[in-house]
Design a protein around this ligand. Structure first.
Ligand SMILES: [Zn+2]
Length: 219
């Protein structure tokens, strides 16, 4: 019993000393704490964390109902980290620069998303599914479009961001399937997969569900 109490006391002392270290790291001294009327954990956390510049694309990536793997690929594309053949050639990993989807263009982020005739076809059909009638642009234009016109919390904006993430993911997956497994799916099949997955993921939100109820067809 006595040993347990001593053990608890030493645990509390260790925790207190540790907390003191954290507070000092946040620039707070014991005297500052004693003079505080209210104590904000959030404020201290922000001081400990430091400040970081906000990247403009965070709203497309962070507020996205797409799956974790969709968001991961979208983030790689936005950051220019996806391993397209134009990058692999520079590293001497391959000499083949051709796009596995159309076999004519040079595979790069700009080509795959969505200058390529195959990926442009997929994205334009996903746009049409959302009732958007416009010609697909380059990746820079598409990203800028998403950031400017679909940054809010409306169901339309949230479905759009999810569609962008899902489409980029399935285009990248199709590219990998053709390169590594020598398997090929049709544009129809990929579009259907994106539509079905967006519907499935929209189930978690009543707002998205209502929006997707009006999109119960394949483009
Ligand atoms: Zn292509």
């Amino acid at each position: 019993m006595w040993e347990a109490e001593v053990g608890n006391a030493s645990w509390i002392v260790r925790k207190t000393l540790k907390a003191k270290q954290y507070l000092q790291a946040a620039g707070l001294q014991e005297q500052d704490l004693m003079q505080m009327d209210t104590f904000s954990i959030n404020k201290i956390y922000m001081q400990l964390r430091g400040s970081f510049p906000k990247v403009p694309w965070r709203k497309v990536v962070c507020n996205n109902y797409g799956s974790a793997k969709w968001i991961f690929i979208l983030r790689l594309i936005i950051c220019g980290r996806i391993l397209t053949r134009d990058r692999l050639v520079k590293w001497g990993i391959t000499k083949d620069t051709s796009c596995p989807l159309c076999n004519t263009g040079v595979e790069s982020v700009e080509h795959l998303f969505f200058s390529c005739v195959i990926s442009a076809n997929i994205w334009s059909r996903i746009l049409a599914w959302q009732g958007i009638k416009r010609i697909t642009g380059s990746w820079c234009q598409e990203l800028a479009w998403a950031l400017q016109s679909y940054k809010g919390n409306s169901a339309t904006a949230e479905v759009y961001r999810m569609c962008l993430a899902g489409t980029t993911y399935y285009i990248w997956q199709e590219r990998n399937a053709r390169v590594f497994q020598k398997k090929q799916r049709s544009v129809d099949s990929i579009v259907k997969q994106i539509v079905q997955d967006v519907h499935c993921r929209g189930i978690v939100s009543a707002k998205l569900n209502r929006k997707l109820d009006s999109m119960n067809f394949y483009p």
